[in-house]
Design a protein around this ligand. Sequence first.
Ligand SMILES: [Zn+2]
Length: 289
Amino acid sequence: MPSRLGVVTILGLTVLVLTGCQNVPLTGRQQLALIPPNQMMAQASQAYGEFMQQARIIQGTREDQMVQRVGRRIQHAVERYMTEHNLAGQLHGYQWQFALVDDAKTPNAFCMPGGKIVVYTGILPLTRDEEGLAAVLGHEVAHAIAQHGSERASQKMLASAAGAAVSSVAAGAVTKSSSAADQAKVKLLAAGFGAAATYGVLMPYSRLHESEADRMGMHFMALAGYDPHKAVDLWARFKVVAHKGKQVPPEFFSTHPSDDTRITQNQATLPEVLPIYQANLPRRLAEEK
Ligand SMILES: [Zn+2]
């Protein structure tokens, strides 16, 4: 018999999930949003500040100027898109920052909630030129706009709350004979739930987030007047480097697996974004004059 507390907790969690949902801009996917955006952004802002204090930041070089130029152009393109789709309110609290960090051994870039984006110099040989960099920045900006960090935090919160409910239900079942063996079973059950949540929910979501960031990123780079073919080329280059191995630390590839599926998906996105690129290229060329 499940304990009453367990049942109430599960009901409470169900209500939380039903009310704590929102739609991702552009893709329209429903996502879990249990944490207030200002709370996520405040935490990210603090973490970013701490990161920047110990990072070797490059400022004023040609490469940094390129990061700032491409970053701002994509930021402005996204702001136009959100305004045109009556979604500008969702950008409330965003403070976009683009930083180039000196670390030739790290071929990576990342984003934090609220629009803090970091590019390591180690990724520049792979991005090659301005449009390759636009593919990476479009992808990172997309993670920020889609609030993937907040969604993962919400899923973890829910998984641990549900895990606690599972153990309370299980604990209710063994109270009468709370032998050490039974208690161990309860612990195993709760741990098993944690592993199931990680591998059953959180890991597939990380792949889903990557696909979503690729598609949204290609839209955003096209809106900024950058050729989205360059995103397909970029991930194909990553695949080659990843398969050569050793030259590059594996961390980027564990979070950004570049395989045939990813490349095929991005090729399939091209027909929807090429007209957007063609419509927005003149604006970029005019700005560059
Ligand atoms: Zn990513």
